[in-house]
Design a protein around this ligand. Structure first.
Ligand SMILES: [Zn+2]
Length: 485
């Protein structure tokens, strides 16, 4: 009995000691991480002002002139070297600070969505009826990333870390996918690791791939005629359009569950008494991987020819753009996860929870308020669902680490007035500051630990294998002033 007692006391003591040392290890502060958190806190007011400005500019893809300028000016005032109008896109820019290796990049989006203008209230109420609105929270996205880059800049400036921090101002994520042309221009070729985040209703490392996607346009050209007096002289592009979408919809029965096909009829004639001689449709095909996507894309493209033959019209298919699924980097994500655990969840006031619950009530969701608890890092699904992002293309040329931070109530319909409302007030601002902290803390890890950068890179190389990246972009300049707008 005595022996057992002694043993168990010893075990208990050892356990206690190990727990103390674990606690000390866990609690051991990293002064550089504390410094970046303090930087973000110090700039909180100016970052909030900047995100509110971009929120009120309400600028859509490739038209984000004021938003790009506000972010560029902010970076320039902090001492970043800013190159505006990169990759033949007037609203794309790069802001850099420091010199030499490593080069750590960070992505910032700032475009809004058409038709979603909304006041900062928890019920639907347009601010400027019919105008765009930040229904994806990109007003927070660009600013948080720039805030993180600025915090790193402070450490480079004081000589506490060496290397280069580079902020990428990446326009037109919601339409056309601006990053494709930035990748094509080679702007990521010398970067070691890229950080990225997205506004969300949860706080977690983003380790799902999303979907690969391609956008193309089909135009039909026929012969106009009077719809009643001489329809036999007409060759109808309206017929071609209907036959085409019928073909697509029959095909749906034979596609894999991971495939999505959407279309938007952009022009189907003007009046009822003219046989239309021009029609246009925007088609989008998605799948969980680029490899799965390509055969479906080619099949849907080929149907345009079938429809044209049946309606006796001519047709033209034009590639608009497309994105790869994300190449997830779990090594980098694990470093980010630790920083989320250190930061803990975002805390909210009663008013903020009340605002969130009102949004949930208005959108028919359970009124559970805001959720920001830090879950363990998820497994990466082989076939993830959801949306698509042009971050995918960046992730195939440079290892990319991604975060989701809570900026809107749980369950909120995304790309909706509710996200616009949350993105323009303190719920969004808190998520923005949180993202800036988590991202800059992870950048500290990358600057401090060359071994981490190496293991992030080796996972990237292994997963990429011998695939030679080729973006889904047509030759020629980006579609800044195209009729597709
Ligand atoms: Zn978005």
């Amino acid at each position: 009995m005595k022996n057992t007692y002694q043993l168990s006391t010893l075990t208990l003591l050892l356990l206690l000691l190990s727990q103390i040392s674990f606690a000390q290890r866990k609690a051991k502060p990293n002064p550089l991480k504390e410094a970046v958190v303090a930087s973000v806190d110090q700039r909180f007011e100016s970052l909030t002002d900047l995100s509110d400005q971009i929120w009120s500019f309400e600028e859509i893809a490739f038209q984000e002139t004021q938003s790009a300028e506000a972010l560029s000016d902010y970076a320039e005032q902090l001492g970043f070297k800013v190159t505006r109008g990169v990759a033949e896109i007037p609203t794309a820019f790069v802001a850099e600070y420091g010199s030499g290796k490593p080069i750590i990049g960070i992505l910032g989006e700032f475009d809004a969505l058409p038709g979603l203008s909304q006041n900062k209230v928890p019920y639907k109420s347009p601010l400027n009826e019919g105008n765009p609105g930040h229904g994806c929270g990109h007003n927070l996205f660009g600013v948080a990333s720039l805030g993180a880059a600025a915090a790193i800049k402070d450490l480079i400036e004081s000589g506490e870390i060496q290397g280069t921090v580079r902020f990428y101002g990446t326009p037109a994520e919601e339409k056309f996918f601006g990053k494709l042309w930035m990748v094509r221009a080679g702007l990521f070729d010398d970067v070691d690791v890229v950080m990225d985040w997205h506004p969300s209703a949860e706080t977690k490392t983003a380790v799902q791939k999303g979907l690969a996607l391609v956008d193309f346009q089909v135009e039909f050209y026929g012969q106009a005629a009077h719809a009643s007096s001489d329809p036999w002289n007409g060759r109808s592009t309206g017929d071609a359009l209907e036959l085409y979408t019928t073909g697509i919809n029959y095909y749906r029965e034979h596609i894999k569950p991971t495939v999505r096909i959407h279309y938007h009829i952009q022009d189907a004639g003007k009046v009822v008494n003219v046989v239309p001689d021009y029609s246009r449709i925007w088609v989008r095909v998605r799948d969980s991987s680029r490899e799965g996507l390509i055969p479906v894309w080619k099949r849907v493209e080929a149907m345009a020819e079938g429809a044209a033959i049946m309606a006796n019209v001519d047709y033209k298919v034009s590639l608009i753009s497309g994105v790869h699924e994300v190449l997830v980097n779990r090594t980098g994500s694990a470093a980010l996860q630790k920083n989320l655990e250190t930061l803990g969840p975002i805390s909210y006031t009663e008013e903020e929870q009340d605002f969130a619950k009102k949004i949930q009530e208005a959108t028919g969701k359970p009124q559970i308020g805001l959720v920001s608890k830090i879950e363990p890092m998820e497994e990466t699904a082989e076939h993830s669902m959801g949306g698509s992002t042009d971050v995918g293309d960046v992730s195939w040329v440079v290892p990319t680490i991604r975060l989701s931070a809570t900026t809107a109530p749980n369950g909120t319909p995304w790309h909706s007035w509710a996200v616009v409302a949350s993105s323009g007030m303190s719920i969004g601002h808190k998520g923005m500051a949180y993202a800036a902290k988590a991202l800059s803390m992870t950048m500290v890890d990358l600057f401090e630990n060359p071994e981490l950068v190496e293991s992030v890179k080796s996972e990237f190389k292994e997963k990429k294998g011998d695939y030679v990246y080729k973006g889904f972009v047509p030759d020629g300049p980006p579609p800044i002033n195209s009729n597709l707008q």
